[in-house]
Design a protein around this ligand. Structure first.
Ligand code: DHB
Ligand code: MG
Length: 222
């Protein structure tokens, strides 16, 4: 039985082939991101489509993404919102912003997506209009602050999804210099004690190794 990382990769390849069928827009996005030297940390197509389906079944019309990278997740989420929906995506690195804008335009999603350049913690306070869905996938260190902004900016019943909440198990006992795992471990305490959030997380294996996503629902004040 394939129970190793090569097995995870093979199963991801099968899922992509039979269920996701990544198209030219997605493969072009990855190619441009790779040749521009962006880190190879975007999600697998199967995870991207999972997120797209979460956006669609939740009925989200306005999506906030924190951490655009090359726009791979962004394209999936833009496909998940209705024709009059939109994705606002925050990215600190100007080189990533340029690549993401090109990728999003090439995928035919430019009308639905606004990429805002700058540090998220500087731009979030200026956002006022609520969002139905939040996807947090940025520097990890500020995960708790990002969640607080997402809660503030949430429409009733909004969803908050946080990427990379397992980090190959490093969150169990983060090393003193592993600030990303420390920030992610802190997220669990923050969310579990939050009166307005009900959450779970799932672990994932696949082409992106062992990781996971946290999904939180913003409760309506009673
Ligand atoms: C890292 C960041 C990510 O957003 C991801 O999906 C995987 C890894 C990282 O910086 O280690
Ligand atoms: Mg990520």
């Amino acid at each position: 039985m394939a129970d190793s990382e090569s097995g995870w990769n093979d199963v991801d390849a099968l899922i992509d082939d039979r269920l996701v069928q990544p198209d030219k827009a997605l493969s072009g996005c990855l190619e441009r991101s790779r040749s521009a030297g962006l880190p190879d940390i975007s999600v697998s197509p199967s995870q991207g489509k999972f997120l797209q389906m979460l956006v669609t079944v939740s009925g989200a019309r306005r999506v906030l993404e924190i951490g655009t990278l090359g726009g791979f997740w962004t394209i999936f989420m833009a496909r998940g919102v209705p024709a009059d929906g939109m994705v606002v995506s925050l990215e600190a690195n100007p080189d990533y912003v340029a690549v993401a804008r090109e990728n999003i335009a090439a995928a035919g999603q430019a009308d639905k997506v606004e990429v805002i350049e700058g540090r998220a913690l500087e731009n979030l306070p200026g956002l006022e209009e609520p969002f139905d869905f939040h996807f947090i996938d940025a520097d990890k260190v500020s995960n708790c602050d990002y969640v607080d902004h997402a809660v503030r900016l949430s429409s009733p019943g909004a969803l908050i999804v946080v990427d990379n909440v397992v980090r190959a198990g490093a969150i169990l006992a983060p090393k003193a210099d592993d600030v990303m795992s420390i920030g992610t471990r802190r997220l669990y305490d923050h969310v579990s004690g939050h009166p307005m959030l009900d959450a779970t997380a799932i672990q994932t294996v696949g082409a992106k190794g062992w990781d996971g996503m946290l999904v939180a629902r913003v409760l309506q004040p009673s």
